[in-house]
Design a protein around this ligand. Structure first.
Ligand code: HBI
Ligand code: FE
Length: 297
């Protein structure tokens, strides 16, 4: 979201009388959800749970089940925390929307996941650029009840805080993007040898189908330095997805001493989102159909 749109959103929250604390958290304003919000949740929840069957990794479905998210209405964050916190020590906190990087990482480093309180409108079921409550809750929270992923996110938050201080944020932002948001995981029995786990995919009908089944994108074996050097797309489906073998691989990433790596990569040129390198472990090479030439972030 642009700075001005963010400012407009914050002003809207202010005018709505929601008091935002210094860490950008608010109390979830349950009384502000209307019938339309609950209907949008219900529709998205039904659509995605049906679509994810056989496409999403088992750990996600097991997490969704354990948390017991309601199908018919926007969940109470307190109810989610009653399941989540005893399991992994994570808790969700309500926020007005995108929060500054430093604030976001401080939350992660303390096992708090910021969740946007408001729901998208009915005309935004298929796409909206900024995270809403459905993306943040349905997309991110099921894996936070899985200990290995929970530890990865915590380690990520600490590493990103340090990287932000060192002016190396883009390297860590790419890691978040290609794992937490758009990660795929190996599964030999599935189309193109992959299932999905990233929150940006599991909360999107279009990208659920595209990331696993389309011939257009590259699917490349996950390699930490490769990922940290790769630009990405924020306004189209990804040109490349990186595929982890299993969640233990992310746990290994979480053990990395990032400081020397950031120094080493500081002067390394970045790769375009669609590049395929000789050194890549190629699972599928994309047909590049429908790709836009410019616009990598
Ligand atoms: N704020 N609420 C919220 N959610 C995010 O995913 C988020 C954010 N602020 C910053 C941020 N993400 C990025 O810096 C990371 O994606 C790297
Ligand atoms: Fe997200």
């Amino acid at each position: 979201m642009s700075a001005s749109a963010n400012t407009a959103r914050l002003k809207e929250q202010f005018d709505a009388g929601l008091e935002t604390r210094a860490d950008f958290t608010i109390d979830q304003p349950l009384e502000r959800y209307g019938a339309v919000d609950h209907a949008v949740w219900q529709q998205l929840y039904a659509r995605q749970t049906a679509l994810l069957e056989g496409r999403v990794c088992d750990e996600f479905l097991a997490g969704l089940e354990r948390i017991g998210m309601p199908a018919t209405h926007v969940p109470s964050f307190d109810d989610i925390n009653a399941k989540l916190t005893p399991a992994t020590g994570w808790r969700i906190v309500a926020v007005p929307g995108l929060v500054p990087d430093q604030v976001f990482f401080e939350h992660l480093a303390n096992r708090r996941f910021p969740v946007t309180w408001w729901m998208r409108r009915p005309d935004q079921l298929d796409y909206l650029q900024e995270p809403d409550c459905f993306h943040d809750l349905f997309g991110h929270v099921p894996l936070l009840i899985q200990p290995i992923f929970a530890d990865y996110m915590h380690a990520y938050g600490r590493a990103a805080l340090a990287a932000n201080d060192a002016g190396a944020l883009p390297l860590l932002a790419r890691l978040y993007w290609y794992t937490v948001e758009f990660g795929l995981i190996r599964d030999a029995a599935s189309p193109n040898g992959v299932k999905i786990y990233g929150a940006g995919i599991v909360s999107s009908k279009g990208e659920t189908l595209y990331s696993q089944q389309s011939a257009a994108p590259n699917r490349l074996g996950f390699e930490l330095e490769r990922v940290m050097r790769t630009r990405y797309r924020i306004d189209t489906f990804q040109k490349s997805y990186f595929v982890i073998d299993d969640f233990e691989q992310l746990f290994g990433v979480a053990q990395t001493d990032f400081a020397p790596l950031l120094t080493k990569l500081a002067k390394a040129p970045a790769f375009a989102a669609g590049d395929v390198l000789d050194s890549d472990r190629v699972i599928t090479r994309g047909s590049r159909e429908g790709w836009q030439d410019d616009g990598d972030v």
